[in-house]
Design a protein around this ligand. Sequence first.
Ligand code: NAD
Length: 497
Amino acid sequence: MTERSLTDWQQLASSLSLPHQAYLGGQFCDAAGGATFTAENPATGESLVAVAACQAEDVDRAVTIARDTFNAGTWRDLPPTERKAYLLRWAQLIEQHTDEIALLETLETGKPISQTTSVDIPGLIGGLRYYAEALDKLYGETAPNGPSSVCMIDREPVGVVAAVVPWNYPLIIAGWKIGPALGAGNSLILKPAEQSSLATLKVAALAAEAGIPDGAFQVVTGLGHEAGEALGRHMDVDAVGFTGSTEIGKRFLAYSAESNMKRVGLECGGKSPHIVTRDVEDLDKIAMYVAYGVWYNQGQTCHAGTRLIVDREVKEALLERLESWADKLAPGDPLDPANQIGAMIEQPQLEKVQHYLAEGQREGARLRFGGERVHRDSGGYYLTPAVLDDVSNDMRVAREEIFGPVLVVLTVDSLDEAITIANDTDYGLGAAIWTDKLSDGHRAAKALRAGTVWVNCYDHTSINAPFGGFKQSGQGRDKSLHAFDKYTELKTTWIEI
Ligand code: NAD
């Protein structure tokens, strides 16, 4: 990362060109009917640019191009070493443009520049490199069936894949789909969330520069119920890789059932429990993990540790420390490299969180601190980190995904009680436990019903570790080599000798 000051970033922002056209068949173009939607800067509430709002006819066009490309074999039939080389070239170009892409993402999402430069863009690059490197190292299998036959098992790309992604980590999550789906030889159509199209379009321009064939990778910008639904219902899309809310994830299952039974991979919402037992020494360290685990990215993280399930004996000492972390993590101008917390994504999301804070108090929870709208004069959507105490697990604030900087506190007297409450949820994305007792750590790790369990840490992550959810947090896994399962078919070939 180049070291830049707030003024440097502001200057760069004022001279930046804002990509706003869809990327279809290797060309940047408007939606056929000319429709647009407005991209907004959450840090100021100001409009950034009118972006192409693709409709069903644009989606049709993208799918036809994708299918033709797949059938022509210009991408899928390249030897894996060549697809790998293209992806690595693309990753390198993205790296060279880190500041510009990070700035676009910061402008459209309100996410601090300190993080888009150090986490989000490197996350995309790392994802592309990981899958690129894997492509020529994945072998098929042979099934042992006696001396007179050869039974080969190979992976083939499914065909045309649509990746529909959210705004909270738009490029990292796009990378989790692009890497395995495009890498495996599919034609990929990426639909970014309407709140976060700009940085994605810059990345698309670099795909062209890297020589990724026209039609192998396309970006359909647009609204969810228009472009997203058209992809979900399309009869010639073979698979969807979706990340977003559980509500819309369920719709993709319905779209599939009502169209061509396309394969649907789902990474959806969460309400992850963060257990702190009484058998812990280092509350300072735990407070830091709890604070970042819930308030990072303005609380807009699918696996945020939103339910603190804490033993009565250590609760007050932990909450005191959390209050000082809330001060350190006060939100501010995302363009200021000193800030770690920026603006929430948009006014309706801010209002939704404020509504939950009020609803929680109406149900009997106590607001210990935070939840205040600040920097109103900027026009942006800033909310201070909040803690709701005296929460019981049947309250709406304990059951529903708030998707903002709100920690709810559930007080317990034993590990068994903590595990029961932790598992009493519709979701199962992440879960964590802090304990100095080895056997309790193991016991909880086995008992917790979640795709990822952290013991004495939170949010440890790596591209080589599978990520996804139990229950209504999703189906299938992103990241790691397991992600290829979503975008490939297994083919069995019998040869009689
Ligand atoms: P969202 O479900 O509103 O939107 C996600 C994507 O779906 C966007 O591209 C959107 O345009 C599209 N979409 C919206 N309505 C649609 C419709 N009717 N038909 C087809 N497509 C439609 O989610 P969001 O607000 O962008 O993101 C926040 C949600 O994503 C949270 O619930 C969060 O937990 C979840 N999420 C999950 C993971 C994970 O890996 N499990 C990661 C990040 C975010």
